[in-house]
Design a protein around this ligand. Structure first.
Ligand code: FAD
Length: 366
C-alpha cells in the first residue's frame, strides 16, 4: 500500500495517454506495457491516475482497460481522429491535458505519439523526454532512464518542471493484464476546423522486407550473419539453401529477422545473397537496437559493434562454427559450436512436426 502524503510533499497527477490502432480500433501492445508502468508508478507515488484515449472508435478499447483503477477515463473520438494526423491529434491531446491538468504525462512511444507529444508539451509549457526505458521513484521523486550514444551510456533524469511528458519505449515493462470492465468514460467534444484537416493519410508504403520480416512484437529475434553467404566445408556457397532455411524458420517461429552489417551490406551491393534482407534489418551500433525477450544469432561472429545492438535482448543464444567467436566471450548465454545449416534444418523439422501435432489436436478437439 502506498504511504500517506507528508506535509509539503507534491502530489503528482498522472495522465496516461493512449490511442487505438488505426486499422482495428484496438489498443497496441505498447499501450498495455506503459499502462502497467503508469499503474505501478501511481501506486508508489500515491498519485491519481487518469487515462486519456484518442481514436476513431474507443469504446472497445476503453472496455479492455476498464478495471485499471484509473479515477477518470477521458476520450476524444470520431472520424476526425481516425487518422494519425499531427494537427488533429495535437488538438485532441491538448484538450485532454487541459481538462486534467496533470503534473506527469506518460505515453507509449508509438510513432503516432512520438510525432505529436513534444508539440503538445510545448503548448502546455511543459517539458518532454523521449526514448525513456524505465521509471523509478528515488527519494520520493520520479526518475526516468534513457540510453545515449547507441545504448552505451544510461542516464537517469529527474526534472522539477511540470507538466513533465514522458514517451516510453516498448519492451521495457510487463504489459498490464487486468480484466475488461465497464469504465465510466467521459467523451470530450473537440471540434477540428477545416484548416486542421488539410493533411490526409492516403495509404501506407512499407519496404517489402520490413513488412514481412521485422516484427517488433515477436518473442524471438533471429539474426543472420555473413556466414550464411560464405563458402562452406564443401568449398561452395549455399545461398539458396540459406534463404529457404531462414524463411522457413521465420514462417514457423514468427520470429523477427535481424542481420549483421556485413550481411546487409552485401545485399546492398547486389551480390547473390539473401534477397529479403535490407539495411532495415541491421542490428548494431550503426543499425537498430530491437527489443525482444530472446535472441538467436546464426553465422554471425558477435563483434562488439554488432552485439551493442543486443542491449535489450534478455536471453541470448548463438550458433557458430568458431568456438572463439565473440559470442563465446560472455556475449551469449549459450553458444552452440555447430554448423548453422544443419542445426536450423533440424530445428525447422522439429517446429514443423510440432505445428502439425497442434493442428491434429485442434482438429480432434473440434
Ligand atoms: C563504426 C562501426 C560500426 C559498425 N556497426 C555495425 C552494426 O551496426 N552492425 C553490425 O552487425 N556490424 C557493425 N559493424 C561491423 C562489425 O564490426 C562486424 O564487421 C560485423 O558485425 C561482422 O558481421 P558477421 O559477424 O555477420 O560476419 P563475419 O565476421 O564474416 O562472421 C561470419 C561468421 O559466420 C560463421 N560461420 C560461417 N559459416 C557458418 C556455419 N555454417 N555455421 C555457423 N557459423 C558459421 C563464422 O565462423 C564467422 O564467425 C560496425 C563496425 C564499425 C567499425
Amino acid at each position: 500500500m502506498a504511504a500517506p502524503h507528508k506535509q509539503g510533499e507534491v502530489v503528482e497527477k498522472i495522465l496516461f495517454l493512449a490511442h487505438v490502432d488505426e486499422s482495428c480500433n484496438v489498443l497496441p501492445k505498447a499501450v498495455y506495457e506503459v499502462l502497467g508502468l503508469a499503474i505501478d508508478v501511481a501506486a508508489q507515488m500515491n498519485a491519481t491516475l487518469t487515462i486519456g484515449l484518442i481514436g476513431e472508435n474507443v469504446d472497445t478499447a476503453a472496455a479492455f482497460i476498464g478495471s485499471s483503477g484509473a479515477t477518470r477515463v477521458l476520450a476524444v473520438s470520431g472520424p476526425d481522429f481516425a487518422q494519425p494526423r499531427y494537427a488533429s491529434d495535437a488538438a485532441a491531446l491538448e484538450a485532454i491535458c487541459r481538462a486534467v491538468q496533470p503534473t506527469l504525462v506518460l505515453a507509449p512511444a508509438t510513432w503516432r505519439f512520438s510525432r505529436v507529444l513534444p508539440g503538445v508539451s510545448h503548448r502546455l509549457a511543459g517539458q518532454a523526454d523521449t526514448h525513456i526505458t524505465g521509471l523509478e521513484i528515488r527519494d520520493g521523486a520520479l526518475t526516468a532512464s534513457r540510453w545515449y550514444y547507441r545504448q552505451r551510456i544510461e542516464a537517469v533524469i529527474r526534472r522539477d518542471a511540470r507538466p513533465w511528458f514522458l514517451l516510453l519505449e516498448s519492451g521495457c515493462h510487463k504489459p498490464w493484464t487486468g480484466e475488461p470492465g465497464a469504465p465510466s468514460m467521459e467523451k470530450m467534444p473537440v471540434v477540428i476546423p477545416a484548416e486542421l484537416r488539410r493533411t490526409n493519410v492516403t495509404g501506407t508504403r512499407a519496404p517489402k522486407s520490413e513488412a514481412q520480416t521485422i516484427r517488433p512484437d515477436a518473442d524471438l529475434l533471429f539474426v543472420a550473419g555473413a556466414g550464411w553467404t560464405k563458402k562452406q566445408s564443401d568449398g561452395k556457397v549455399h545461398g539458396e539453401e540459406a534463404e529457404s532455411l531462414i524463411l522457413r524458420f521465420l514462417e514457423l517461429s514468427k520470429a523477427s529477422l535481424g542481420g549483421s552489417k556485413s550481411l546487409v551490406d552485401q545485399s546492398g551491393d547486389n551480390q547473390a545473397v539473401l534477397g529479403f534482407m535490407t539495411h532495415l534489418n541491421q542490428v548494431g551500433q550503426t543499425g537498430a537496437t530491437p527489443r525482444h525477450p530472446k535472441g538467436l544469432s546464426t553465422c554471425c561472429h558477435g563483434e562488439e559493434p554488432h552485439v551493442v545492438g543486443w542491449r535489450f535482448i534478455h536471453e541470448r543464444r548463438a550458433i557458430n562454427l568458431d568456438p572463439n567467436c565473440g559470442w563465446a566471450r560472455g556475449k551469449a548465454d549459450v553458444l552452440y559450436v555447430s554448423d548453422a545449416f544443419e542445426v536450423m534444418k533440424r530445428v525447422n523439422e522439429l517446429l514443423a512436426t510440432g505445428s502439425e501435432k497442434k493442428e491434429e489436436a485442434t482438429a480432434t478437439a473440434r
